[in-house]
Ligand binder design. Sequence first.
Ligand code: ZN
Length: 312
Amino acid sequence: MKDQILGLHHITAIAGDAQRNHDFYSRVLGLRFLKKTVNFDDPGTYHFYFGDEIGSAGTILTFFPWSHVHAGRRGPGQATEIGYSVPAGSFDFWMKRFDEHGVTYSKPAEKFGEPYLTFLDPDGLKLELTVSKTPDPRTPWTTAEVGPAVALRGFHHVTLTLASAKATAQILTEVFGYTLQEQHVNRFRYATDAVPGAAALVDLVEAPGESPAVTAGGTVHHVAFRVPDDATLLRFREIIVRRGLSITPQIDRQYFHSLYFREPGGVLFEIATDNPGFMVDEPLAELGTHLLLPPQHEARRAQIEAHLPVIR
Ligand code: ZN
């Protein structure tokens, strides 16, 4: 059987102040703070992970908080919207909560027959809450303030803005196993049916006249797609190499194994495995409570810890 991408794995974006980023996602949005680690390629910077209870693929949003980062700009060659799935009837709760916390949002609208509410995080990252027309079976992480009737279920879709959608669409359909589901004006919605209802959608928006994206604060760094295991990961590597695209070797990201390549529209894609998962270095009940370093940086722990801001 032909290999298929199972949906989104995680999305990684760039933030400014670490504490502000932590508070917005874990407190205002009520996601689980899953992992406090460092950028493995730049261990003087945090890498934060937010998601559901166990960090299921398709729920994981991660950040590199760089305190003095300049603001980026959304545009072609970038993932420009992160859509979360929420239950019907939850928008009133969210608009009231956004008012209370000074969050910028737009009044609800609809696309492809689904209501959505757009808002910005404190760094200007564009997010959406969408009520999916297909049932979302995922169990959300909940908090005292964000209960099960309103909590974010995980990703609904990610939107990629492109000067031209064609070459990116070919990667989605010919390599990843997605199909075109709907189209409206310059927005093309692709879906995978590999895992029903779970982070299965990618929207491509064609914006040929817009200034190219600047990847910095408040923008997405890369989008990761999900595969079950290392063997599948390496088969995808072969397929992408055969298409003439450059792709990294397999990289150990401690919680998953990854490949990175820039798709022809300019967006940095990653393919990441389900294994080994977030309990590899912390028990379930303690996820997010320790500063975790990969083995290659453990010897410098004292120095790294002294340099990072304390998160409360
Ligand atoms: Zn990643």
